[in-house]
Design a protein around this ligand. Structure first.
Ligand SMILES: [Zn+2]
Length: 537
């Protein structure tokens, strides 16, 4: 017996068998029972969610001579002829290969004829967004005045590419991504039917990696069946998908939290020497960190985490060991690394660098504090200000030595003019937007720039400052092309021609904790009155 793909063999034959799309199938059943179907439907949704299956069921259901509850009986002559593709009145077209005006003109000629053996002539046009503009226009003419006996079912993964004129003539149904739970039960039923055991974790892993597309899940299940003898195990699925075992991810995360860089690189080496893909490993790791974050910061967060109870317990324990700030930093940094790794030749170096960076920098919160605690002095009247000469080093590609001297230059006390203070305020207010724009266009530059903060504006030159541990970012940030790019971004967002320069924080000038505390106390006294403030150490 030749092997038939599971997703074909177990393709749903009634609306009730369609997985996870009750909001669509119930409405269609009702329309059929009330005999109130429309002439054109659009089914949209990502691949593998049941668009074509639902369309085929619908084509039988409207023509079934034995229909009692909205479902096709699949036994009457009409149902059987459609199921065996002998029925001339149900026509399936793939718009990808029949997308010319001629194809649709041909179709328009044919739709005029009455159905030969059924009540409705049904056209199922798959991937309808692939039609040419001319073909859409030709189709529109038919949809404008459809003959009584005609039913169009259009299916697409990209509804946004369909002209509004067509959309407005269709009843639209959006098929959802299928939930992990629904996919797991569907796979369990199939395994029971075939008579093979499957570990729950194995099915969950398959469902999780299919991103809502049941067809993808069933293809993986198919491959597992070839691979597994009498039982589908979690390890089988891990091997098949090339992903990294969950226990390894837990262990890796533990080491990440302990900030043991040597051990981290050792485990990474083990993982890679097993031939695992870095990107798949990173995806698994990021998903895990995301789960920890949710379990820690959302009350009853389990419902957002697709995993079994044992794993939830493990995760909750682990989430207690990592701060929310650190975790967010890990997720952000690793997500950027993942994006870079997908394009890089040597992604291992990228990941190693990123891990070292993660574990060797201060927390983001600490960097912010340094920035906030050193406010810039602002004065209002522009003319009375005595501005010190802030020489500009035009060679942005200068080495560390030059960088150090640059930083010293602007670390001299600077009093801002009214205009500069206003610009600084605008830069600070738009900083998030500026970073987003950089990220969209130059993700690698964003990885650097986001570590800096708007610091000062001197005579129309915006000075962005890195904390001292980011010395290695300075050259790259001050490279001519980076600066030109940043200046363009500032111009686009702030509508001003501004110069941009990066500097590094001068630690020698940093205020001691004692001084900062003193300042905070003074501010508190000023705000609330000395008698109302009690200092507790
Ligand atoms: Zn029937």
């Amino acid at each position: 017996m030749s092997h038939q793909a599971i997703y074909r063999k177990y393709r749903p034959k009634t609306f009730d068998e369609v997985v996870g799309q009750d909001h669509v199938t119930e409405t269609l059943k009702n329309q059929i029972m009330r005999d109130s179907t429309a002439h054109a439907y659009l089914f949209s949704g990502i691949r593998g969610t049941g668009k074509t299956s639902t369309a085929k069921i619908f084509a039988r259901a409207v023509n079934c001579t034995n229909n009692t509850d909205g479902n096709p009986c699949n036994e009457c002559e009409t149902c059987l002829s459609i199921l065996s593709e002998r029925n001339m009145d149900v026509i399936e077209m793939d718009a990808a290969s029949n997308n010319s005006v001629e194809d649709i003109r041909d179709l328009r000629e044919k739709v005029k004829f009455l159905p030969s053996q059924s009540r409705f002539k049904v056209y199922i046009i798959d991937e309808v967004h692939m039609l040419s503009k001319g073909a859409f226009n030709a189709l529109l003419k038919t949809l404008e005045e459809p003959p009584e006996h005609l039913l169009f079912i259009l299916a697409t993964t990209e509804p946004q590419k369909i002209p509004a004129t067509i959309l407005s003539r269709c009843q639209r149904f959006d098929l959802k991504r299928i939930s992990v739970g629904d996919m797991m039960s569907a796979m369990k039923e199939i395994c029971d039917d075939i008579g093979i055991e499957a570990e729950e974790n194995a099915l969950r892993m398959i469902a999780n990696s299919s991103e809502g597309a049941l067809r993808d899940a069933l293809s993986i299940l198919d491959r597992c069946l070839v691979y597994s003898v009498d039982k589908i195990t979690y390890e089988d699925v891990v091997t098949l998908l090339g992903t990294v075992n969950y226990n390894t991810i837990i262990r890796f995360t533990d080491i990440l939290i302990e900030k043991d860089i040597k051990e981290l690189l050792t485990v990474l080496d083990e993982i890679l020497s097993q031939g695992k893909e870095i990107t798949l490993f990173l995806e698994g790791l990021i998903e895990h960190l995301r789960n920890l974050l949710i379990l820690k910061s959302v009350e009853d967060g389990q419902s957002f985490v697709n995993t079994g109870e044992d794993a939830i317990k493990l995760m909750k324990g682990q989430s207690m060991k990592v701060s929310v700030d650190d975790n967010i930093r890990y997720i952000e940094e690793l997500s950027e690394t993942l994006a870079l790794c997908k394009r890089a030749v040597n992604s291992r170096i990228l990941l190693e660098t990123s891990l070292i960076k993660l574990l060797s920098t201060k927390t983001a919160a600490a960097v912010e504090t340094v920035y906030i605690e050193r406010p810039v002095v602002e004065t209002q009247p522009k003319d009375t200000v005595n501005e010190p000469p802030a020489k500009r080093n035009t060679d942005h590609g200068a080495g560390d030595e030059a960088a150090a001297s640059q930083s010293v230059l602007v670390e001299e006390p600077v009093v801002l003019s009214g205009d500069d203070a206003e610009i600084l305020k605008q830069v600070q207010e738009n900083w998030g937007l500026i970073l987003q724009t950089v990220k969209k266009q130059r993700i690698s530059l964003n990885a650097i720039v986001k570590e800096s903060q708007p610091y000062r504006v001197v005579k129309g030159e915006v000075i962005l400052r890195f904390a001292e541990q980011y010395t290695f970012h300075l050259n790259r940030a001050n490279a001519k092309e980076s600066i030109a790019f940043m200046e363009q971004v500032f111009k686009n967002i702030l509508k001003k021609d501004l110069k941009v320069r990066f500097i590094i924080e001068d630690s020698k000038k940093k205020e001691s904790d004692e001084e900062i505390r003193k300042k905070i106390n003074e501010k508190a006294f000023e705000l609330f009155g000395k008698d109302k403030v009690k200092i507790i150490d």
